[in-house]
Ligand binder design. Structure first.
Ligand code: ADP
Ligand code: ZN
Ligand code: ZN
Length: 724
């Protein structure tokens, strides 16, 4: 008997395709089906036919894989697609992202007794043979296990197989379940932490709810949410901890292991194919009890999820702008809602959206207002670069003001550690020719090339294009015209080495940190006090705990404030507060120096006085006035094409057909700030509505019926973070 089912494929479609399938197939089953010339994996989304095809034209499902997605998860996939205006197929693709998990799982061969005796097989009794038979009375084992367990050679086993006393059985390799030792060494919470932990435990079994765990840097938020995680695990449920990818270092993992006596499963972009496969299978089978992962871990098929934690929930890397645009913090809340479980958002600098949700009573909150133990919040001092000008030296231009240099010198004398923060990779953000004024530009993007001197390369940070740093100016041929403009972390390292030749200085940025191993190495060196001055990009802001770090220097506090996008102020506040939060986490108090040309800037003032309340109040007022998120809704529409004219025409067509109603406004089209990206021309439109309007359904009716050439791509980014 067979029936017709609708299969959703992992391709950019919203609709299902019809296939014949055996009767026992049910919704959620993962199947393989013929599609075009290939075979594709998909899930059974619907029972019954959708298209009106002749029965004989409908192909059959070729394979039913031994996995089924739960209804709660399917609902989440559909809602995610709808909210973010992505196709269901592409969201499903994120869920089935371990392709080789569906290839024939390698079978594992074990041996068991057939019941035939040694006498029947005309074999002599020997100790070795008896040891094997004894061992296999309890359970089947692999050859290697038998050799080890019975202390025999492979020859003994082969004889037993050949004579029919042992027979092979093929089994799916068993996935190692995690074993927890809860008494390992979970810390004793202090009073404030205990209050927070009690609150979270009390909200653990009441279904969906969101709690903001709002605690200053170093207050022990991790210890508090691990407490809830433990109690969830004790109920046999799975726990998902989402972290910014870069925070997944050995430091965090070690701490986890100390607490649980075992490693968590991990999910991030550096996993190998086979690790992805193992983890995916362990997640769906429920063997993986705790998973720590980057934002994409949210789309794994947990079988029994009991808790989601979003650590550093303010972090902008939770926003994905690739294939499917989504904000993982918000989608974590959505997933928790689908699964009817609690979610914890943990941060020292909550975003305005979360704060407003707390104020409106949609989210709970618990606070930790003190650093753990004797650690105090650091002193924050502003250095006015107009008065305290960096002084040139033998090495050339300088970016460290005299007062910062003095402070660094004193800190070195005391044998304490320092950190310099500059959110710019490479040596210099730009190369200019002094003779003709031309600048090195990326051939594929409207962007300058960054000099990476250590690699002798210039690199585009938007598309990855690189080439050897030219010796002469490509425009005028001048031999020594090309000059580095401005600093990147490599250049700061150069200056530090000149000024403090005896100090052990190192750099950490996403270049160093191509592999987790590289980051982890620098971080453990820092922990072991093998580094005096650590220089780095925003990687330094995330969650690290260095008790001997007492000085933080922010080279250019104005950098983030220059962009005029809607979150520039908020992101600068968060980033600088987080970086500052690295100082003085042990028993010595720390000092933070902020170098700026604009000491009167209100964001910097709020950081200095550590006055989050007044910063938030200001920010809220501005956004409310301008009807920006969370007080209004925004969607970016990005039109790209390798044909400039087609891109422009489509952008204007979109504008012309925009809905006109109360409470909606369209800005643009305008050429995007990065007009050309990866060789494609780009236009942007910004669609703004009141909070009460369903922005997705407006966009849906407006954009889906539009006719534009197939070489143009139109993408929607709901609640955009990047305006480039
Ligand atoms: P946060 O995540 O709020 O920045 P952490 O959880 O990293 O803070 O805690 C800072 C440091 O203090 C960590 O080394 C942590 O192990 C330690 N700590 C926090 N609370 C306790 C506690 N109750 N007992 C022992 N150590 C603690
Ligand atoms: Zn030139
Ligand atoms: Zn480029």
């Amino acid at each position: 008997m067979s029936k017709i089912v609708g299969v959703m494929l992992t391709l950019p479609f919203d609709n299902v395709f019809d296939y014949k399938a055996p009767d026992e197939v049910k919704i959620g089953d993962i199947v393989r089906v013929p599609f075009g010339k290939k075979h594709e994996v998909g899930i059974v989304f619907k029972i019954g036919a959708t298209a009106l095809l002749e029965e004989k034209k409908i192909k059959s499902v070729t394979e039913i894989l031994p996995y089924t997605l739960k209804p709660e998860f399917i609902k989440f996939i559909e809602w995610t697609a709808k909210y973010n205006m992505a196709s269901v197929g592409l969201v499903l693709k994120m869920a089935l992202c371990a392709k080789n998990a569906f290839d024939n799982p390698k079978l594992h061969i074990l041996y068991r007794l057939t019941g035939k005796t040694l006498a029947e097989a005309k074999l002599k009794n020997s100790d070795a043979r008896w040891h094997v038979i004894d061992l296999l009375k309890h359970a089947p084992y692999s050859k290697a296990e038998i050799m080890a367990g019975a202390g025999v050679s492979a020859g003994v086993i082969n004889t037993l197989i050949d004579s029919g006393i042992l027979e092979p059985v093929a089994v799916q390799p068993k996935i190692q379940a995690q074993h927890f030792n809860f008494n390992a060494s979970h810390v004793l919470l202090n009073e404030e932490q205990q209050v927070a932990a009690d609150f979270l435990r009390a909200h653990q079994n009441i279904g969906f709810n969101v709690t903001l765990l709002d605690g200053v840097t170093g207050s022990g938020k991790t210890e508090v949410y691990l407490d809830t995680a433990i109690s969830t695990l004790k109920q046999g449920k799975q726990v998902l901890i989402l972290v910014p990818e870069i925070a997944l270092t050995t430091q965090w993992l070690k701490r986890f292991e100390q607490c649980f006596g075992t490693k968590p499963y991990q999910w991030h972009s550096a996993l190998s194919q086979s690790e992805r496969k193992n983890t995916w299978q362990a997640v769906i089978s429920g063997e993986a009890k705790v998973l720590v992962g980057a934002r994409s871990a949210l789309f794994l098929p947990y079988n029994n999820l009991g808790l989601i934690v979003v650590d550093e929930s303010h972090d902008i890397t939770f926003k994905q702008e690739d294939m499917v645009n989504y904000q993982a913090r918000d989608m974590a809340v959505l997933r928790a809602k689908c699964e009817n479980i609690p979610v914890i958002l943990s941060t020292a600098t909550p975003d305005l959206e979360t704060i407003v949700n707390v104020e409106e009573g949609k989210y709970n909150t618990v606070k930790l207002i003190n650093r753990y133990a004797s650690a105090e919040m650091p002193d924050i001092q502003i250095i006015d670069l107009k008065k305290d000008k960096p002084q040139k030296g033998d090495w050339g231009a300088s970016w460290l003001s005299p007062s910062l240099c003095t402070a660094l010198e004193e800190n070195l004398q005391k044998g304490e550690q320092s950190m310099l923060f500059l959110n710019r990779r490479g040596y210099a953000p730009l190369l200019i020719c002094r003779d003709c004024g031309s600048r090195l530009q990326c051939p594929n993007c409207t962007a300058w090339l960054t000099e990476h001197r250590a690699q002798n390369r210039v690199i585009c940070h938007h598309c990855g294009y690189f080439t050897t740093t030219p010796k002469c100016c490509p425009d005028c041929g001048s031999e020594n015209g090309l000059t580095a403009c401005g600093p990147g972390v490599e250049r700061i390292l150069e200056e530090v080495k000149f000024r403090f030749p005896l100090a052990k200085a190192e750099i950490i940025s996403s270049d160093t940190a191509n592999s987790f191993k590289a980051i982890s190495e620098v971080i453990s060196k820092m922990q072991n006090k093998e580094i005096d001055i650590l220089i780095g990009t925003q990687i330094l802001a995330k969650g690290h705990h260095f008790p001997m770090l007492t000085l933080v220097g922010i080279i250019d506090a104005d950098l983030g404030l220059m962009g005029n996008d809607l979150r520039a102020q908020e992101q600068t506040f968060q980033l600088l507060s987080q970086v500052s939060g690295r100082a003085g986490r042990g028993d010595k108090k720390g000092t933070v120096y902020l170098q700026t040309l604009y000491p009167e800037n209100s964001v910097l003032k709020a950081i200095v006085s550590q006055d989050r309340q007044s910063f938030i109040a200001n920010e809220k007022q501005t956004r409310r006035m301008l009807c920006l998120p969370p007080f209004g809704k925004l969607a970016a529409i990005i039109v790209t094409s390798s044909n400039e004219n087609a891109a422009q025409k489509t952008a204007f067509l979109i504008a012309k057909t925009a809905p006109h109603e109360q409470g909606v406004q369209l800005l643009g089209p305008a050429p995007a700030p990065i007009y050309m990206l990866r060789g494609k021309f780009r236009y942007r439109l910004l669609f703004k509505t009141l909070k009460t309007i369903n922005i997705q359904s407006l966009l849906q009716t407006w954009l889906t019926h539009l006719n534009y050439p197939s070489n143009v791509h139109v993408e929607v980014d709901i609640d955009p973070y990047s305006f480039m």
